[in-house]
Design a protein around this ligand. Structure first.
Ligand SMILES: Cc1cc2nc3c(=O)[nH]c(=O)nc-3n(C[C@H](O)[C@H](O)[C@H](O)COP(=O)(O)O)c2cc1C
Length: 143
């Protein structure tokens, strides 16, 4: 069965809500959907999947969360990510989305097939944002 994997870090639950909606959107017939907090994930979860969504809010100063997500993303810099369909997503507050642009470019630099623009949502996702997340999940399920 084809596998879509969603891995995220979330401090106050906003990015987690996005992750849940992406996973829900990906749940179509014939797709095995795996949703994991990064604390429970390994790089093999990414390398094994047919398509992957990675989520993290903007932290630090337009950075990934540094104790768990940053080292996890670093661990994906491997031959096995080459050509892998990947999207990145996350919640933010006052910034302009710089962390997401940088993350997207980083994944491209690793050789991942970044299939859509990084999805960013200001603070808690509302219905409109959750629908965008679901659509992204549906899109991932096609790979
Ligand atoms: C330590 C810390 C640093 C943050 N840095 C930024 C930032 O640089 N840019 C920004 O837009 N938001 C920043 N935020 C706001 C978070 O991205 C925002 O609250 C987001 O909704 C948190 O998502 P979460 O609920 O998934 O943890 C920061 C929040 C915290 C706690």
């Amino acid at each position: 069965m084809k596998k879509v994997t969603v891995i995220y870090w979330s401090g106050t639950g906003n990015t987690e809500k996005m992750a849940e909606a992406i996973a829900e959107g990906a749940k179509v017939e014939g797709i095995d959907v795996i949703l994991k907090n990064v604390s429970e994930a390994s790089s093999e979860d990414v390398f094994d999947a047919d398509a992957v969504a990675l989520g993290c809010p903007s932290m630090g100063a337009e950075e990934l969360e540094d104790s768990e997500m940053e080292p996890f993303v670093e661990s994906l810099n491997n031959e096995k990510i080459k050509g892998k369909p990947v999207v990145v997503f996350g919640s933010y507050d006052w910034g302009d989305g710089e962390w997401m642009k940088n993350w997207e470019e980083r994944m491209k630099g690793y050789g991942a097939n970044v299939i859509a623009e990084g999805l960013i949502i200001n603070l808690t996702p509302e219905e409109d944002g959750l629908n965008k997340c679901k659509q992204l999940g549906e899109n991932l399920a096609k790979y």
